[in-house]
Design a protein around this ligand. Structure first.
Ligand SMILES: Cc1cc2nc3c(=O)[nH]c(=O)nc-3n(C[C@H](O)[C@H](O)[C@H](O)COP(=O)(O)O)c2cc1C
Length: 376
């Protein structure tokens, strides 16, 4: 229990120091990608328990939803989540300016414009990836957002549209948008094919070209570039960080969230390096602050709080932590318990006990099977 309290205090200190820095560029070294239906506030709370430093992004929220819908509902987040960036979908400078203001008023640390989503719905709204054809308009949007709010404005984009193979296309886009004051670009390093592929296929089929992201950095050394696309391991992260300023991880962070526990050490090694440039070792060996069991216990407390204060059923929270025991012995059993709808009337504490028992039982079985193999 003492560990938990110490850890929460640590999270609080880090988040307070970020809140104080509102307006100055955020540390974009490592971030969890915006993912619709996935990176909601519950998911971000969970991810924050795994890394105190990672920059967390919301799902994309459209300007229409914020201006005509319930903005308080859409913008609600937990104080523990900082640093947290709001991703916007839209293409009207006035609307985006209004939403950037709202982002500031609601305490976000950064506002990001989506220029990478290829879905048909988004194309019908004339925003997302199709904005890469409209670099002047994107520059106007960025300028309007910067004028309206003191928050850093960043852009997340692809490296091309359709089967186009022109580096000049993405380089011209970055050049034009940076003129409006955007200094951080998150590069999902594959094209978006606007016809014939689903959004899911658009994250898998167009080939990744990390070299193009690296080339952007060479062309615009004063701008910050964050690599995104297909990152799975700490080794991948280290590789991209040799060329670029940051790495954003999407699906792997969601399905295998324990990787986030190695990230604080990467932030720390960055600090050490910037203080002593002659030190060329990169010690990112890490000791996670919390065990998986402690993370689960903190999530149970969060689920109880959400149930009490916001009438949120635990399953809406638990669905984001199903990867906690990814690739661990007994992990599948544990996951099955937390996704079992038959347990929906139990309290989160009861479900957690059943899940832990299932985990232990499965591990005992695996140990017995292992021993039997050795004895034979
Ligand atoms: C379920 C899902 C939803 C996504 N929603 C968004 C979104 O709202 N905004 C966005 O910019 N990208 C979105 N993406 C794309 C990711 O941010 C990221 O660019 C992409 O998954 C590639 O990174 P990865 O290979 O690390 O997953 C989504 C991806 C997934 C899997």
């Amino acid at each position: 229990m003492l560990t938990n309290i110490t850890y929460l205090a640590k999270v609080k200190i880090v988040t307070m120091s970020f809140a104080k820095n509102a307006g100055s560029p955020l540390n974009c070294l490592l971030s969890v990608a915006p993912m619709m239906d996935w990176t909601d506030r519950h998911c971000r709370y969970f991810h924050r328990l795994l890394s105190t430093r990672a920059l967390l992004y919301t799902e994309m929220i459209t300007t229409g939803a914020l201006i005509f819908g319930d903005s308080n509902y859409h913008l609600r987040h937990n104080s523990e989540e900082h640093p947290v960036a709001l991703q916007l979908g839209g293409s009207d400078p006035k609307d985006l300016a209004r939403c950037a203001q709202l982002a500031f008023q609601h305490g976000y640390d950064e506002v990001n414009l989506n220029c990478g989503c290829p879905s048909e719905r988004v194309q019908r709204g004339a925003f997302g990836a199709c904005l890469m054809n409209e670099s002047k308009l994107v520059a106007e949007c960025v300028k309007a957002m910067r004028d309206a709010s003191p928050l850093p404005v960043t852009v997340k984009h692809r490296i091309g549209l359709g089967r186009g193979e022109s580096f000049d296309f993405v380089s011209d886009f970055v050049g034009e948008v940076s003129q409006a004051g955007c200094t951080t670009f998150i590069v999902h390093a594959r094209n978006a094919w606007l016809e014939g592929l689903s959004p899911k296929e658009n994250r898998e089929i167009p080939p990744l070209k990390p070299d193009w992201a690296y080339r952007l950095k060479q062309e615009f050394p004063k701008l910050e570039f964050v690599y995104n696309g297909g990152v799975k391991t700490l080794a991948d992260i280290q590789l991209h960080l040799q060329h670029l300023d940051g790495v954003m991880v999407g699906r792997e962070a969601y399905h295998n969230p324990w990787i986030l526990t190695s990230w604080d050490a990467v932030f720390e090694s960055q600090t050490v390096h910037s203080q002593t440039p002659s030190d060329s070792t990169s010690d990112t060996s890490h000791k996670p602050s919390l065990t998986r069991e402690e993370v689960e216990a903190l999530m149970v407390i969060y689920m109880e709080r959400e149930q009490k204060e916001n009438n949120v059923h635990w399953s809406s929270v638990a669905r984001h932590m199903l990867g906690l025991y990814h690739a661990q012995p007994g992990g599948k059993r544990w996951r099955r318990v937390w996704s079992d709808h038959k347990l929906k009337n139990k309290t989160p504490q009861e479900v957690s006990s059943i899940a832990q028992q299932a985990l232990i039982k499965e591990r005992e079985k695996l140990n017995l099977a292992g021993e039997a193999l050795i004895n034979n």
